[in-house]
Design a protein around this ligand. Sequence first.
Ligand code: ARG
Length: 254
Amino acid sequence: MILARRAAAVGAVALAVASLQPLGAQAASTRIVGGTPAAQNEFPFMVQLSMGCGGALYKKDVVLTAAHCMNGSGNDTSITVTAGANDLNAPGAIKVRSTKVKVAPGYDGTGKDWALIKLARSVDRPTLKIATTDRYNRGTFTIAGWGDTQEGAGTGTTKLRKANVPFVTDRVCKRQYGNRLVSKEELCAGQQRGAIDTCQGDSGGPMFRKDDANKWIQVGIVSWGDGCARSGAPGVYTEVSTFAKDIARAASAL
Ligand code: ARG
C-alpha cells in the first residue's frame, strides 16, 4: 500500500512485457476518500476505464489517463470506456472500446505518468481543457472518481464521487516524499490533516479547477500517494502543464 504507485507502475511495465493482462487487481485499490456524490452531469468529461482507473475526455475520441493504468503503447482494443453517467450501471451509460494507447514517451514508473487512449468512436460529451501554463497550479482543486472511499477497501464505488483539495507546494510535499517526488513532473494536493484524497481506482482521473473564464481546466492526473488520505501525505498528481505540448502532439498523432 505504501509506494502504491511505484509498485503499480513497475507491475504495469512487467505485465506489458510478460502479458497483456489488465491491471484490475492492482488498480482496484484507490477511490475518493472523504468526498460526496457528484451531481448528474456535473463533470460530463469524466470517464471510467474497465481495468479500474479514471480518465477525462481530452477530445471526443481521446481519453487522457495515467500511464501506470496502461500496459504500454500500441493497438489495444481491450479497454472499455464508460462515459456519460455518474452511475456506471445506469442504462444510459455510454460504453466505447479503445483502439489504441499511447503511453508518455520515456515513461519508466517515475514521473511522466500520462497516457492517451483512442476510442473506437466519438463520445458526444464535453471535453476537459488541459492547463498549458503553470498559472493554475495553485488554489483549490476538485478531484472525482469511482475509486475506494477508504484506504485498503479495494472495491471502488459504482457512483461517481467528488471532493476538493488544496494545492501543496513541492517543498511541503517533499517532507513526506523526499526525492520520490519528481517536482517538475508532479504536483501535490491535500490537507495537512489528510481525510480527503484520491485513492486506488481513481488513478488516471483528472484533478481540475476553474480557469479565469470560469471553465473547468485540468491541472493534474491522479497518480500515487502513501496510502490514502493520511495526515501529512498529500496525493501526488501528474503536472499536466509540464506535458501539455507533449499531450497535444501525441493526440494529433494517435
Ligand atoms: N495509484 C492509485 C491507482 O492506481 C492512485 C493512488 C492515489 N493515491 C493518493 N493517496 N492520492 O488508482
